[in-house]
Design a protein around this ligand. Structure first.
Ligand SMILES: CC(C)(COP(=O)(O)OP(=O)(O)OC[C@H]1O[C@@H](n2cnc3c(N)ncnc32)[C@H](O)[C@@H]1OP(=O)(O)O)[C@@H](O)C(=O)NCCC(=O)NCCSC(=O)CCC(=O)O
Ligand SMILES: O=C(O)C1=N[C@H](C(=O)O)CCC1
Length: 307
C-alpha cells in the first residue's frame, strides 16, 4: 500500500455534492499526527451565495494503489500528478470519472450546473461567467507548475504532469495522467496516459492516440529528443531520437517499409513501437510509409524559447 495525504479545501453545492477539492500542498506518505490545515485552506473556508456553495477544510488520506473512493480522493490523485509527486500511470485511477461530478467551472470558481439555470441573473450581476462544464478543471486554477509556460489555461487539465522547461502553446493540449518528464515544446495533443521524454517536441496540431475512447489499448510513450512533425499523428510509441514527418499519421497497423541496410522489409508499425533512432515519412514519390534508421541525437529544442 502506498499512502498520500493532504489538507484540502472542498467546495460543496447546495444539494451536498462535493464539486472539487483543492490541495495546496499534497504529500506522499502518511499524514503526521499533528497535521494542521495550512493557512491557504483555512482562509478559504466560508460560503459564496452567488455560486450557492460552501467551502470546507478536509484532511484526506488515501491508498494510491486502490481505486479512487470519493471526490476528494480523486482530486488528491490529480494533485499528486500535477505536483510531480507521481508520474503518469503510477497511481490507480480506475473508475475516476464516477467520482468526478459534472461541474460548471466559472470565473468565480466551481458551481453546480443547475446554478447556471436558476442563478443566471445572480451570476451575471456579479460578473461571473462560465468557462466550461466538465468533470475536470483547468490545471492552472489548482496548481501552477514550476518553470512551465501554458499559453492558454483551457488547454491543460488538472492531473497533467508538466516538468520544468515545458511550454504548452495554444494548440497544445495535455490531459490528466499525461504529460512531460523534462523540457518539451507542446503544440499538439498529449492524450490521457501518454508521457513525453525530455527534449522532445510535439509539433503544431500533432495527435497522440489515447486509450479512453476509440478502442485503442496501447499507452503511448514518446522518447527523448524526438519530434512529432506538425499535423502528424501516432498510435505507437516513438523511441528516443526519432522523427515523424509533418502530416504523417502512423497507426499501429500501418504497413511500413523498413529501410534496413540489409534491404527493405515490410513490417507493421507496432513492431517499431519504441524503437529508437527512426524517421517515419510517407515517400512523396511512391506513397509508401517508410521507416529510415537515423543516427546520432535527435532534435534539439530551440534554447531561446526555453531560456
Ligand atoms: C521528414 C522530415 C524530418 C525530413 O527532413 P530532413 O531535414 O530530415 O530531410 P531533408 O533534408 O528535407 O531531405 C533529405 C532527402 O530526403 C528527401 N525527402 C524528404 N522528405 C521526403 C519524403 N516525404 N519522401 C521522399 N523523399 C523525401 C529530400 O528530398 C532529400 O532528398 P535529396 O537527398 O535527394 O536532396 C521533414 O520534412 C519534416 O517533416 N520535419 C518536421 C518538421 C515539423 O513539423 N516541425 C514542427 C514544427 S511545429 C510548427 O511549426 C507549428 C506550426 C503549426 O501549428 O502547424
Ligand atoms: O515558445 C514559444 O513562444 C513559441 N513560439 C513560436 C511562435 O510564436 O511562433 C512557436 C513555438 C513556440
Amino acid at each position: 500500500m502506498t499512502t498520500a495525504w493532504g489538507y484540502g479545501l472542498a467546495t460543496i453545492a447546495a444539494d451536498g455534492t462535493t464539486l472539487d477539492t483543492w490541495f495546496p500542498s499534497p504529500a506522499l506518505g502518511e499524514a503526521p499526527a499533528d497535521a494542521a490545515a495550512p493557512a491557504e485552506v483555512t482562509d478559504g473556508v466560508g460560503a459564496d451565495a452567488v455560486r450557492a456553495v460552501t467551502t470546507q477544510a478536509q484532511l484526506v488520506e488515501i491508498d494510491t494503489d486502490a481505486a479512487p473512493a470519493s471526490t476528494p480522493d480523486a482530486y488528491l490523485r490529480l494533485h499528486l500528478l500535477s505536483h510531480l509527486l507521481v508520474r503518469p500511470n503510477e497511481v490507480n485511477l480506475d473508475g475516476i470519472f464516477a467520482h468526478l461530478p459534472i461541474v460548471a467551472w466559472t470565473t468565480g470558481g466551481p458551481a453546480h450546473p443547475s446554478v447556471l439555470r436558476e442563478g443566471r441573473a445572480r451570476l451575471q450581476r456579479a460578473g461571473v461567467s462560465v468557462i466550461g462544464v466538465d468533470k475536470f478543471p483547468r490545471l492552472l486554477d489548482y496548481v501552477v507548475p514550476d518553470r512551465v509556460r501554458i499559453a492558454d489555461a483551457a488547454r491543460v487539465r488538472l492531473g497533467a504532469h508538466l516538468a520544468p522547461g515545458t511550454t504548452v502553446m495554444h494548440e497544445g493540449f495535455v490531459n490528466y495522467n499525461a504529460g512531460t518528464l523534462g523540457a518539451s515544446m507542446v503544440e499538439g495533443r498529449i492524450s490521457q496516459g501518454v508521457v513525453v521524454g525530455d527534449g522532445s517536441d510535439i509539433g503544431g496540431g500533432a495527435s497522440i492516440m489515447g486509450t479512453l475512447s476509440g478502442g485503442g489499448t496501447e499507452r503511448v510513450v514518446i522518447g527523448e529528443r524526438s519530434l512529432l512533425g506538425a499535423n502528424s499523428g501516432i498510435g505507437i510509441s516513438i523511441g528516443d531520437d526519432s522523427v515523424v514527418e509533418a502530416g504523417l499519421y502512423v497507426t499501429a497497423g500501418t504497413k511500413v517499409t523498413y529501410l534496413l541496410p540489409a534491404g527493405p522489409r515490410t513490417v507493421k508499425a507496432l513492431e517499431l513501437s519504441g524503437v529508437p533512432g527512426i524517421l517515419f515519412r510517407r515517400n512523396s514519390v511512391t506513397g509508401a510509409v517508410e521507416a529510415l534508421p537515423r543516427t546520432g541525437h535527435g532534435v534539439q529544442l530551440n534554447e531561446a524559447l526555453h531560456a
